[in-house]
Design a protein around this ligand. Sequence first.
Ligand code: SF4
Length: 101
Amino acid sequence: MSNKPGLKVIIDPRRCIANAKCSTVAPGIYVLDEETGVAVLEDFEGATVEQIFAGARACPTQAIQIEQYGHRVFPQILTPMWGDSRPVDGHDDNDGPSSKM
Ligand code: SF4
């Protein structure tokens, strides 16, 4: 029946920064909830696998996670959220919190 066997989309509202990247690349599939401002998967049945993954890839905060048969397939590496333990990458080029933008 489904063209997306075993696929499950999880949107983490704590990661969503409501910048609408997902709803831009997959309009009508991902939409921002009017009340909460957080992205929701509006049309799973009508979505293609490509649209589901495009939205997830477009998300800068990895708020959209995709599982298949109970295993996460995207993103492969889920970086910790800010405020959680920070990834230690050994590249400490920053002198501090001053803005470089
Ligand atoms: S792209 Fe990610 S952060 Fe932006 S609205 Fe969609 S789920 Fe939220």
